[in-house]
Structures are given as C-alpha cells and as structure tokens.
Ligand binder design. Structure first.
Ligand code: PNS
Length: 172
C-alpha cells in the first residue's frame, strides 16, 4: 500500500473538541509525544456544535499547557479529518479509549476514516486509570454547578473556566 504523500517524520494528529482540555487528554498527548516525532492537537471548528470555549481559546489553552513541549503543536481544522491529515502529511490519527462504551463510536470513525483514506492509521491509546471517567462534558457540568475540578484539568485551564463563569454571571 503506497503511503499518501511522504509522511513528514512520524507526525500524529490527535483530533477532538477539547472543550476544555482535560487531564485525560493531556495523558494521551504525552503518551503520543513519546511515540511520534510530532503531535498535532487538532481542535475541530464546528459552527453547529454549541461550545463553551471558542476554537481559538481552546488552541490558546493547549499551547499554554504544552509550551515546554516543542514536539506538541495545537491547531484548528474544519471539514474532513482525513483531508486535514493529508495536508499535514500525517501518518496516524490518535484517539483515546477510556472504556468499552467508547469503542463502538471510535470503531465506526476509524473504519470510516480508513475507507476515506486507506493509508492513514488510527492508533488507540488508553489513559491512566484515574482519568478513565473524565470527559469535557462532565468537567463543564461539575464546574458550572460549583464542583471542584482541581486535578481533573491542567491548572492552566482552571482560570479559563473561572473566566467563562464570570462572563456568564449577570452584573447587577
Ligand atoms: O472530541 P470529539 O468530539 O469526540 O472529536 C470528534 C472528532 C473531532 C474527532 C470527529 O468529530 C471528527 O473527526 N470530525 C471531523 C469531520 C470528519 O472527518 N467526519 C468523518 C469522520 S468519521
């Protein structure tokens, strides 16, 4: 099977919503950065999906957290992931698998992406056990309702969350 374009080193793309980045994402990014020469954390720009943070804010957060990792980059993408991967000449897509419940959706996506671009591999990684119950959706819910999210998101993400809370608090 001929690779599409020449892969640039061993570049992996870790795509997602990252609304916001959690410690589970960080765990997968660090594992990927050990395996691949370069990891691009690619934030999907999706005008149809309601998000707490703008894509630019999410990229800024990721850059802040990984500023000391020269082989980790943050970027945005829209349209098909395989088209973005082609443009970046990536050799793999990385996705995290937390539990069996993730499997069906991830399996469908991986096979659809393979159908669209047979030479692009999807690599699944498992986060450390303490992060298997984490999701951005739950972080937002817990934080919005006043719960403590310390240790669940990178400390650099906490002020971003507090900022959003202030933005949404009506000034009397
Ligand atoms: O963090 P998420 O929301 O689970 O990430 C989902 C994501 C961004 C990986 C997925 O929705 C995606 O790749 N969207 C881009 C559009 C696309 O390529 N769709 C076909 C893939 S099967």
């Amino acid at each position: 099977m001929a690779p599409f374009g020449a892969p640039s080193g061993r570049l992996a793309i870790f795509p997602g919503s990252f609304d916001p980045l959690t410690n589970g994402h960080v765990d997968i990014i660090l594992r990927s950065a050990h395996l691949f020469e370069r990891v691009v954390v690619a934030v999907l720009v999706n005008a149809e999906k309601q998000s707490l943070f703008t894509a630019e804010e999410r990229v800024a957060m990721i850059r802040e957290v990984f500023r000391e990792y020269p082989n980790v980059e943050a970027d945005t993408f829209d349209g098909l992931l395989v088209d973005y991967a082609r443009r970046r000449r990536a050799s793999a897509i990385v996705r995290g698998l937390r539990a069996v419940s993730d499997f069906e959706y991830e399996f469908q996506m991986a096979l659809m992406n393979r159908h669209l671009e047979p030479t692009l591999e999807t690599v699944f990684m498992m986060p450390a056990e303490q992060y298997t119950y984490l999701s951005s959706r739950l972080i937002k819910e817990v934080f919005t309702l006043g719960g403590d999210v310390r240790g669940l998101v990178p400390s650099a993400v906490e002020p971003w969350l507090r900022g959003k809370k202030q933005e949404s608090t009506p000034v009397r």
